[in-house]
Design a protein around this ligand. Sequence first.
Ligand code: GLY
Length: 361
Amino acid sequence: MQSIQISASRTYDVRIGSGLLEKTGEWAAELIKGRNCVIISDSVVWPFYGKRTAESLERAGFQTSQFVFPAGEASKNPQVLLEAVSFLAQREITREDLVVALGGGVTGDMGGLAAALFLRGTPCIQIPTSLLAMVDSSVGGKTAVDLPEGKNLLGTFTQPYLVICDTDLLRTLAPEVFCEGMAEVIKYGMIASPELLRILDGAPELSGTAEGEEQKLLEDIIARGVEIKRAVVDEDERDLGGRQILNFGHTLGHAIERCMGFSIYHGQGVAIGMSILTRAAVREKLCPAECAEVLGRLLEKYHLPETTDLPAEKLIEAAHADKKRRGSGITLVLPERFGRCALKKTDYAYLRALLDLGRDA
Ligand code: GLY
């Protein structure tokens, strides 16, 4: 097992390894005074892992009940959030008790927000079950639900008490969902770690069903991603500056997702965004060709898309709608050397120029 300590407004561990789900109760009992627990999960994850999670907590003396909502981004809304919060009230959860968010990004974001709002804050343990949630959304304290006006508009920065990343839980992921998580792992290599890029490039294709040495390698690359996120969140928990580096590929990625009515996975949008910007950056001589070559090989290895033929005007309009809330300009994340990106404050005309360059290359 690897353990990474996050030192934000709360200090907590992210523990990564095989066979960790069974430790949930023991670890929760060390951190939490009360013994009343609500597990928030969705209709796909609960049948796989709900019983084992509840049993582990019950062995440690917790009384458990579960709030299970229909799986999917459509549930990440204020109505389901209020139902979850009402459930916490009905189960008489106190500030000394526990909320466990067991699932992928939607569950972590919505469950984390329910815990953050109820009684102005109840302890929450995150148990991410997707690769994307393990390396990104469960770590760093962002919680939110969507509004009709846009994604993640109603939320808080509230750090969990513990994050448990049990790599065995990745076994039940659909291969394409594992691969979209790999887009975020590759992103970490591109923004901050030449070593991670070389490891990924030299390794065979990993999957959620990896065994033995390959499972160890998977644990290692998750830990490397979380460690990079730790450094970023420790510096800029509230996303006022440096944390924007985590958005590499996301400005175009979100625009593509939006234009496609969210019919592609988030990680697929990010993959296209990273790929277009990196090819453009090479052509602009902002970074060496090696950046685009290695990125291309890694995206191919994980069956991730590298471009889109959506009209440029539509993409820029969608990017503009997404980013309006940060002001009139735009901050892009651009590769500057192998395993390193930098923030660049610019405008939409430059994004358009990069989009054209990156698609033409
Ligand atoms: N997922 C980006 C962040 O946590 O800031």
